[in-house]
Design a protein around this ligand. Sequence first.
Ligand code: B12
Ligand code: SF4
Length: 489
Amino acid sequence: MIALVNPHATNWRYRIPLSLLSIGASLEGRYSYDILDGNIDRDIATTLTKLIVERSIRYVGFTVMPGPQLHQSILLSRMIRERFPSVKIIWGGYFPTLHTNVVLRAPYVDFVIRDQGNLSFRSLIDSLEIGGDLSLIRGLSYKAGSIQHNQKQELIDPNDLPPLPYSKLNITPYIGKTYLGTRTVNYHSSVGCPFLCGFCAVAAVYKARWIGLAPERIANDLVWFKKNFNVNAVEFHDNNFFTSERRTFEFAERIVGQDFGWWGEARPDTMLQYDDATWKMLQRSGCKMIFFGAESSSQQVLNLMNKGGTQTPDTVLALVDKMKFYKIVPELSFVLGNPTNSVQDDLEQDIHYIRKIKEINPESEIVIYTYSPVHFQESDLFHASQSQGFQFPEKLDDWLLPQWQLHDLRKNPVTPWLKRNNIALIKNFERVLNAYSPTNSDLKLTRFRRQLLHLLGSWRYKMKIYTAPYELAVMQRLFRYRQPEIEGF
Ligand code: B12
Ligand code: SF4
């Protein structure tokens, strides 16, 4: 009766579609539903069409994040509307939460569930099936003459939610070899984040709220994965896994001796304040790499971003130094090309800073994004972007245009303040850096190729000559080696 669709987001198929499993969990025992995953099924349009006919599907829910997933969501929703006009189409996830009006103005989307959809989706189906007042469903937006937005959803504690119905999927194809281990699974252990960084969709949606699952539940789930699927590594997809030191410690303590390799996302200032005992426990528990938002070398830019907490450029330098001791790899993400009046100078300073990080801790992995604005009304950074002429598309179909797809991937944003030379500097530096120091997380890159790349990238890196690295572009095409950000978040 209900189809939940994860449109194609990545060629890397090792991602259990957790968003849909968590929506499915609330439907268990009440409504029949199927989950379709475009990352695994490359002909999802045919599968969906067949399913709608054979199982009399009346509702199709899409999970939508920007990028290729948005693209396929639009195409599939249009197709359903044309061929099965009575089927109701419901969008949920980050994109419709932040662009609700644009989404609902499209004739092929009927409802948007904003924020966490666990309770609202089921209430919506109840209302449509047995009757009920739509205006009482929290987090729901819909069309009733004009577009209506119901009250915001209260933060739902994940500890109060039912376990994920993993049996709904064939889990085996989602378990894969990564830098962390031979059988890696993805897991989500908390919701939101306590901070309000101006470029971040999580801040825009959760408004500085965070709740984590109890360490016991996380550890039990992982042990279940180990027992049933021989899993030996975990990627935590939380926005800020390490928010609570106590939770981190307890979780790590519980999995010591289980032989897991694991990875999660953190803030540099939070981790710098962690006790040495916690760091030791992290090391013992198999934590191999931690992803940090370093963002910028400039305190002014960090202020403009509203990075908050006690994070400064020096925090990151101290942290990467400290992590050498514990042999945990820092993976540092940067958001370059912000709307300041000194873009080129900022970039040059950022490059200098990244080089310094690599000097302090050569194991550091560097992930470079170009700032692409997030629809965050209360953010100074978003206002600065608007005052420099940035505007989101007003029609959903416009997001299909190639420039908006590149924008979504944070590769070539539609940002008026970034000139060609700014973008070229970012890309060229990234290319040289990735050759000089190829990411360790790319398992396909053999030792020989790694050494060859290093050799080719070295002279440029050492001489600081980043312009026109054509030979490295050829190598990249030849070896198809991974830039750390390609499967990033
Ligand atoms: C896993 C992941 C991916 C995977 C793909 C997953 C997939 N669907 O196949 C990969 C790595 C490929 C990926 C890529 C990208 N991602 Co991504 N990704 C995530 C991540 C880390 C976890 C998502 C998840 O599973 N969460 C767990 C579930 C339980 O939570 P949830 O998804 O929020 O779902 C809840 C609600 O949103 C809602 N909901 C969600 N879907 C639906 C559907 C319906 C019908 C309903 C009713 C409700 C509903 O209810 C759910 C339960 O409460 C999130 C950050 C995060 N921690 O959430 C970023 C995140 C969603 N990604 C983001 C981005 C920007 C990207 C990229 C576009 C950019 C990039 N270069 O990284 C790319 C490109 C995407 C593409 N190729 O289309 C941003 C979105 C920002 C925005 N402006 O909207 C996020 C928030 C990261 C961030 N901190 O900025 N991503
Ligand atoms: S700390 Fe990270 S997850 Fe939290 S609001 Fe800032 S960028 Fe987003």
